[in-house]
Design a protein around this ligand. Structure first.
Ligand code: GLU
Length: 445
């Protein structure tokens, strides 16, 4: 790293002690900026880098709620409003016991550049809580969401900050939060949250968008080599919304996904994943991946090792941050993997990214490859603002166009800065310059 960039990184580490995921995300972006700043030194002036790594606002709050047995629990709520140069803060809410200030900060930081890549006029934000919805009744989840929104409502708005879902936050949670927001404000601001139900302002394709987008990104990367997903064996991690719809799109494009996973282990189904069964287990029953194996002859549940031990042509990490380490990357490469497209946020560790890049395979980083979710959220905001609703084909065509544009922007930026085929550099450089140019135009704010 150049001195000027290194200093910014050191300050981030000193100021945000112990927030290792945030340090990691900042390091990856700053490292990519070396060739950008060498070519355009003005990006290092006016403390622009120092400003871009500092959230505009961080909100942390108490979330008290009562369980079905009458016991009171206290969780911690977060919202980071990181950067509003390009538009209202936009990004999901994560409900998971691992959530803390550093995780939300890393996610918010990634979101700035991801959202810039979509070119849809959305700033970067993120939020969530260390609340664990697993094993909680609908009534408990509702009371938690109402308490969470009681505080959050004062900070958000359709032109200010527009949350959505992430891990642990789906249609049910967005519904309870929207209901409470509407009640508190006495206003039907549909555009205040995205990922809404179709009957109350949601967009077709939003549910599918992140998974679809990650596969479309893989397809675009393959097309640069004159190849496609047709006939490829695909290794998928995760069993949530992103994984399920990555599997669906991969199947539609003629590939064969053979795995998925959750915290209890991973499933290998060499015949190809039975998507209807997986949806039944995860979406309808809110069950575990083991429930799939019980009803699917030929599929097996593996509780040791990692899903990346399974050889395949394409890997789609769709679970969570740092789920794919350096060893897993070496195993994947040895198994013949030539494409990695990240459906989750920062699922590959720096060692894994290095291994993929050294091997010269196609590697699509999350901030580009998983941008389809937030891009379709922006399409939802557009429909809400116009009080209109597009059909599935229209929304999907827009998503496909956006993913192609993101891919092409990454390719162009990687070429411009002298590292053709480097999607990490491409995504960071293209995202950064879009935000930085507008921050310069807005002055010191
Ligand atoms: N949580 C998703 C992400 O990581 C989607 C955010 C949104 O739709 O606002 O990009």
């Amino acid at each position: 790293m150049q001195d000027v960039v290194e200093k910014v990184y050191e300050q981030v580490v000193a100021r945000n002690r112990g927030e290792v995921e945030f340090h990691q995300a900042v390091h990856e972006v700053l490292e990519s900026l070396d060739p950008v700043i060498a070519k355009h030194p003005h990006y290092a002036e006016g403390a622009l880098l120092e400003r871009i790594v500092e959230p505009e606002r961080q909100i942390m709050f108490r979330v008290p709620w009562v369980d079905d047995a009458g016991q009171v629990h206290v969780n911690r709520g977060f919202r980071i409003e990181f950067n509003s140069a390009l538009g209202p803060y936009k990004g999901g809410l994560r409900f998971h016991p691992s959530v803390n200030a550093g995780i939300i900060k890393f996610l918010g930081f990634e979101q700035i550049f991801k959202n810039a890549l979509t070119a849809q006029g959305i700033g970067g934000g993120k939020g969530g809580s260390d609340f664990d919805p697993h094993g909680r009744s609908d009534a408990e989840v509702m009371r938690f969401c109402q308490s969470f929104m009681t505080e959050l409502a004062r900070h958000i708005g359709p032109s200010t900050d527009v949350p959505a879902g992430d891990i642990g936050v789906g249609g049910r949670e967005i519904g309870y939060m929207f209901g409470q927001y509407k009640r508190l404000r006495n206003s039907y601001d549909a555009g205040v949250l995205t990922g809404k139900g179709l009957a109350w302002g949601g967009s077709l394709v939003r549910t599918e968008a992140t998974g679809y987008g990650a596969v479309l990104f893989a397809q675009s990367m393959l097309s640069t080599k004159g190849e496609s997903l047709e006939g490829k064996k695909v290794i998928v991690s995760g069993a949530g919304n992103v994984a399920i719809y990555a599997i669906e799109k991969a199947q539609q494009l003629g590939a064969t996904p053979v795995t998925f996973s959750d915290s209890s282990g991973y499933v290998v189904d060499e015949a190809g994943v039975d998507l209807d069964l997986l949806k039944e287990v995860k979406e309808v029953e809110r069950g575990r991946v083991a429930d799939y194996v019980e009803r699917r002859p030929g599929a097996r549940l593996v509780t040791g090792g990692s899903v990346w031990d399974v050889p395949g042509d394409v890997a789609l990490p769709c679970a969570t941050q740092n789920e794919l380490d350096g060893d897993a990357a070496v195993t994947l490469l040895r198994g013949g993997c030539g494409v990695v497209s990240e459906g989750a946020n920062m699922p590959s560790t720096p060692e894994a990214v290095e291994a993929f890049q050294k091997a010269g395979i196609l590697f699509g980083p999350g901030k580009a490859a998983n941008a389809g979710g937030v891009a379709t959220s922006a399409l939802e905001m557009e429909q809400n603002a116009g009080r209109t609703r597009w059909d599935f084909a229209t929304a999907e065509a827009k998503l496909t166009g956006i993913m192609t544009d993101i891919h092409d922007s990454c390719v162009a930026a990687a070429e411009e800065y002298g590292r053709p085929g480097d999607y990490v550099l491409g995504a960071n450089a293209a995202g950064f310059t879009r935000v930085a140019d507008v921050m310069i135009a807005h002055g010191i704010v």
